[in-house]
Ligand binder design. Structure first.
Ligand code: ATP
Ligand code: MG
Length: 199
C-alpha cells in the first residue's frame, strides 16, 4: 500500500465512524417539516421530486399550488393519473398580473380549505404547500392558522413548504431547511423559461 493509499484508508475509517455514530443517534421516527426557500432555482422542482419519491412507495400525497397554476406544470401532467395524488390549485385570484387583494384573499382561503383537510388526514403521507410563503407575505393567509395546522398534523405526515422569504416562525419550526442560492439564472440574461425544464 502506498502512503497515499494508507492515508486514504485511515481517513475513510474515520469518516465511517462519524457516519455510523450519526446513524446510531438518529432514532426518532416521525413525519418532517421541510422548507425549500431562497432565491435560486429548484424549490418547486425538489418538492415534486419528493412527491414522486413518496408516490413510488404507494403513499398518498397532497399538493396545494398557492399561485394560480404558474403556467403549466409538467410534473402535474405526468402524475395526475396516480389515484394516490390529489392536487388542489388556487382557482382564481393571485397571479402576478391581477393582484386584487380582496379576490386573492378569497381564493387563498378557499384553497387553504383543501390544504387544511390534507393536513388533518392521517392517510396523507406527504403534503406539499407550493409557494405558500407568498400568501403569508401578502397577508392573504394568517401565520397562526398555518402554524396551528402544521403543529396538529398527524405524527407520520411530512410537509414540504416552498417559496422565497419563508416566514421566520416557519423556519424555526422546520426540521430541514434548504436555501437555494442563486449563483446565476438564465432568465436574467434574457433567456425564456423553458417548457419541461422550468415548468
Ligand atoms: P423551479 O420551479 O424551477 O424549481 P423555484 O420553485 O425554485 O423554481 P420560483 O420562484 O417558484 O422558483 O420560480 C418560478 C419560475 O421562475 C420557474 O419557472 C423557475 O424556473 C423560475 N425561476 C426560479 N428561480 C429564478 C430566478 N432566480 N430568477 C428568475 N426566474 C427564476
Ligand atoms: Mg416554485
Amino acid at each position: 500500500m502506498t502512503d497515499r493509499d494508507s492515508r486514504h484508508k485511515a481517513s475513510m475509517e474515520k469518516l465511517k465512524a462519524h457516519v455510523d455514530e450519526k446513524v446510531a443517534n438518529a432514532t426518532e421516527q416521525r413525519g418532517l417539516l421541510l422548507i425549500n426557500t431562497g432565491n435560486g432555482k429548484g424549490k418547486t422542482t425538489a418538492a415534486w421530486g419528493t412527491v414522486t419519491r413518496a408516490l413510488g412507495y404507494g403513499y398518498r400525497v397532497g399538493v396545494v399550488q398557492f399561485i394560480k397554476g404558474l403556467w403549466e406544470c409538467g410534473e402535474r401532467n405526468r402524475l395526475e393519473d396516480d389515484s394516490n395524488l390529489e392536487v388542489a390549485i388556487m382557482a382564481t385570484g393571485f397571479t402576478w398580473d391581477t393582484q386584487n387583494r380582496e379576490e386573492d384573499t378569497r381564493a387563498c382561503a378557499e384553497v387553504w380549505q383543501s390544504a387544511a383537510k390534507m393536513l388533518a388526514d392521517p392517510d396523507v403521507y406527504l403534503v406539499v404547500l407550493d409557494e405558500i410563503t407568498y400568501m403569508l407575505k401578502f397577508g392573504y393567509l394568517d401565520i397562526d392558522t398555518v402554524k396551528k395546522a402544521l403543529e396538529n398534523r398527524p405524527h407520520e405526515q411530512t410537509v414540504v413548504i416552498t417559496g422565497r422569504n419563508a416566514h421566520r416562525e416557519l423556519i424555526d419550526m422546520a426540521d430541514t431547511v434548504t436555501e437555494m442560492q442563486e449563483v446565476r439564472h438564465a432568465f436574467n440574461n434574457g433567456i425564456q423559461a423553458r417548457r419541461g425544464i422550468d415548468y
